[in-house]
Design a protein around this ligand. Sequence first.
Ligand code: GDP
Length: 388
Amino acid sequence: MAELRSPSRAISTAEAQASTAEARASTAEAGASAAEAGASAAEAGASAAEAGASAAEASTAEARASTAEAGASAAEAVDRARSGDPRALARLISLVENGSHQLRPVMKALARFTGQARVVGLTGAPGVGKSTVTSALVAAYRERGLRVGVLAIDPTSPFSGGALLGDRVRMQEHATDEGVFIRSMATRGHLGGLSWTTPQALRVLDAAGFDVILVETVGVGQAEVEIASLADSTLVVVAPGMGDAIQAAKAGILEIGDVFVVNKSDKPGAQEAVRDLRTMIAMAQRGEGEWKPPIVSTSATSGEGLADLVGRLDAHWSWLDSSGERDRRRQTRAREEISVIALTTLRQRMGGLPGDSSLDALAARVAAGEIDPYSAADELTAAIPAPD
Ligand code: GDP
């Protein structure tokens, strides 16, 4: 490589080295005087620190007191929700939806009661009958005497949310049943989005003692795939004549289905839909001992096939237990929860939330060519206080 170097390049390299040496020397000088200045600053700082220490002690005590208060009221709210007070429960879910600061003590108080509920996710295109299937499942589990929670998650799309939510009125047949809690959650535009709110809401219902939690999502998209990954068992619902099986394959939800439901089997084309699904599911490679997703035909409006569906879900639940898959899934869920919360906290500390002034100011400077995006990102991350 050295022979290829042109003379002028060699000279400029030498020059560069010389000026680097100079720069180092002056940096050392600057460093020395900075150290001197630093020493006297440190002295001044020491007395300031003394004065500050007693103030800090006082405010720490205050902070502790208010944390204890928050903890006590959180524990009380959790107790009330566990005793079956639907208003207390609704309030806790609202804390989740609003990303409230009170959530921290609440989650602390909840933690030891979680891990009991069985979480079933339902996904599929709008109109296939998810709400109807959900409602029928609620009835089936209620017959067994189980307490059932339903979280109907609304998508981020502002175009479909409202109308579809209206359809969920059908679930109101369970509204007066004390063993059922139904909540629609709008997660649109929320800090951290779907992946942040849903697991926290699940925790609330789980700790409140619901035996089964049904999580229903609208539409078929990435968000639904994410939501489904939160569940112990995922139902993918399709209907005949909608090309749903193919759409489902395209959307990547065939991989996440533990049980497939061809709903509206009273309509023409149901058998074809089952056949299409079977062909596509058969293409997936499955090892020994792995779960083979069954296909269940239902007519949710008449209740046909519902007993079969509940049976398949029970079989999946047993398999989750015996294979160790339930613990694996739950750990994956917890890992995701922790990272989402940690990343959200980091973003908040950086002041990096969209619309925040420091990020905006940096963005303006980058856009104007004053600084490069790497330097801007460095500035942003430099603002994160190091952990103690
Ligand atoms: P979602 O958008 O997937 O939640 O679908 P819905 O549960 O709101 O159902 C959409 C429409 O399909 C409603 O009018 C239901 O009454 C109807 N529906 C649901 N299940 C069945 C079924 O098994 N057979 C028939 N024929 N209609 C059904």
